[in-house]
Ligand binder design. Structure first.
Ligand code: ATP
Ligand code: MG
Length: 199
């Protein structure tokens, strides 16, 4: 039966840089959960991570990576908000802009495990359905959460991480085929990841 309300997936991430693991996760969830669109939301100043690439670069790489898919788009809500990004704020801002959409928040297995550390966790369940996808090297565990608000999805395993992409660029290894072609070119044009700042 067709859904009466619009179904919007939300893929939050640092996207430093965006890679094919992110894109496959979004595409698989969109298919399985019959989503109309997926919005990629690059984080502002991530409180768990230091020395991330300036938000404008991460935003533009996300735009380049998603440009060819008519159902994918990128939101600035997190990068335009001051301070660290909390998922509750992302969901509230997207809900305010998209009041008629049902929201589906997509995370990889590693990010979902951190969920209990998120601000206002109880309110998260009211705002969105959460979908945790498999990720190589991370155990998918979702016990103890409201079952009707959380789903698990097995997706094709892509052992790609942004950390590894950054390290490869720094060491002079290619990132072709790990990230979209336009992102390879963007990284090269802007000399990103040549030096990894000390943590
Ligand atoms: P970093 O190494 O800098 O942490 P990352 O590759 O984990 O980068 P993030 O921007 O931290 O990328 O991740 C955004 C979201 O995408 C998270 O929910 C994460 O779990 C998920 N994700 C990232 N890579 C994959 C992958 N290869 N397969 C499935 N999910 C992924
Ligand atoms: Mg990560």
């Amino acid at each position: 039966m067709p859904h009466t309300r619009r179904r919007l997936g939300i893929m939050g991430g640092t996207f430093d840089p965006i890679h094919h693991g992110h894109l496959v996760a979004a595409s698989e969830v969109a298919k399985h959960f019959d989503l109309d669109e997926v919005v990629f939301v690059p984080t502002g100043e991530p409180y768990q991570k230091r020395n991330v690439t300036p938000a404008e670069h991460r935003y533009l790489m996300s735009v380049v990576a998603t440009a060819s898919n008519p159902r994918f788009w990128v939101s600035r809500v997190d990068i335009d908000r001051d301070g660290p990004t909390y998922t509750i704020d992302t969901l509230r801002d997207i809900k305010a802009r998209e009041p008629d959409a049902d929201l589906f928040f997509i995370t990889g297995a590693d990010a979902f495990t951190d969920i209990v550390g998120w601000k206002d966790v109880d309110q998260l369940w009211e705002l969105a359905h959460f979908i945790s996808v498999t990720r190589p090297g991370h155990k998918l565990e979702v016990s103890g959460y409201p079952e009707e608000r959380v789903s698990l999805l097995e997706i094709p395993a892509l052992a790609i991480s942004s950390t590894d992409c950054r390290a490869r660029v720094k060491a002079g290894y290619p990132v072709w085929y790990l990230v979209p072609d336009g992102v390879v070119q963007y990284i090269s044009k802007h000399h990103l990841y040549r030096e990894i700042p000390k943590q």
